[in-house]
Design a protein around this ligand. Sequence first.
Ligand code: ARG
Length: 580
Amino acid sequence: MDKVQADVGLELAARVAAAVKSSLDLDITAAEALIRPSSRPGADYQCNAAMGLGKRIGRQPREVATAIVEALDAGDLVEQPDIAGPGFINLTLRDSWLAGHMTDLLADERLGVPETDAPRRIAIDYSSPNVAKEMHVGHLRSSIIGDALVRLMRFQGHEVIPHNHLGDWGTPFGMLIEHLLDEGFGADHTISDLNGFYQEARKKFDADPDFAERARQRVVQLQSGDEKTLELWHELVEESMRHFLKVYQLLGIGLTPEDNYGESFYNPFLADTVTELEQKGLTRVSDGALCVFPAGFTNREGEPLPLIVRKSDGGYGYMSTDLATVRYWTGERGATDLLYAVGTPQSQHFQMIFTASRDAGWLGPDHRAVHVNFGSILGEDGKMFRTRAGGSVKLIDLLNEAIEQATKVLDAREDNNFDATEKTTVARAVGIGAVKYADLSNDREKDYVFSWKKMLATDGNTATYLQYANARQLSILRKAGQAPGPGTKVILAEPAERALAIQLIQFPAAIQAAVDGYTPHKLCTYLFDTATAFSKFYDECPVLKSEGETRQSRLAMCALTSKVLTLGLSLLGIEAPARL
Ligand code: ARG
């Protein structure tokens, strides 16, 4: 291993595994070494493996722990370990190693985060709004979570292919196209209000039988590939995409039209997909529709639930398209992992799609398919998040309001001395960062309450707090007039210095934990803990007022903390302004 040990927790695990092998002649993986950061006084890490191993070989855990400790070759990293309670092994990093490691990290762009030696090809479906409708808050969550996962997994060295599964096909397009023909675009060839446009079309469809008939004819023409119809359909898709791109741009989310793989994209594959299911004997006709009944899914009456793969009128729907999607990404594109950042209400749909795809052989034993599900955003009244008037929230308005709210926060500061340009940039970073972080810092499966006050608070687990902490570190370095050079010697004399160092070395583990469970909130918690450890360090260890090597060392700790916060936030898609 190079000088910069990627993650000392992993390194300790490897050493313990080797000790288990040599003392007990047992093969265990690094994960089975059960190395965890420790909250015991004096211990930085603990090894919890002796209890399980004792059971396995019928020996006292404490005896097993003693054998491991005797065989452990880790004197370069840790002090002599002690054994606590039934057989916990307490591990305390050597101050000399820890200080040297800080110096190494200062020169490491990746801050200790290893690049994977087993890269995967990950196709991730996220954002996925519906054409001719405004994106709603569900799409906001999907966009934010999906984008953070893309950044995290790419940083680890995986090949990540984002795809935007736009709802751009199906029967509503008959009425939408007819409505477009009746009304035309607005003055500047745009539809300023997508939802309004959709609702008008819907109203006409319900009230006017002639219009409804025209709409139905139009669907037939669309599906048979009529050129004029396709052209109009295209215009609707492009117009909607312009709306979506505005939201992505404001959010700082990298999706572009090149990432569009809408429902229409899978059209040419649907017939073959269904034929394959039929040939594999997986389909059955039920109520005139061709269905697959994946094992294990039943309704309340205990009857098997169908995935409808071809409707009785010969058409294909959402379910057929998602089966074709799996088949395409694993078959044509060689994806090893399929991720779907979609709300929890679609859980059963995805579980059924995955089961059917395994039966069809499109997902093999080495493929991973995961529904990265998420809960709802609630208003402060605890009900579904809505505008004051009770309507659905238009994302573009919400994001613009975020920037306005952030501007107010900046204006309220006494020492506010931004010029207009800088204020605009900073307000954007703070406002958008607040919205994204509020989403990412909550366990994604839970609902959370949308509150401007909470998300823009300058203390607590918010982006604003982290951005302030980072700006303070950078301001200290500016005031010092010099950034600590690469070889700066770090001295960890005070408890708060050492505690901050211990926190900083956990960055790689935090990234890994966020990726392992597709749980960005674990990285948020880590960043918050880091900023908190910094704040204690800053309270207890004067930086600018100290001298000589101590001053240099403390400046290095400021620089390193700022690097960790900046990189961590950027992997969540959040900016960290240099001045705040
Ligand atoms: N357009 C869908 C919606 O708004 C989400 C699509 C999710 N992706 C998928 N492959 N089904 O609910």
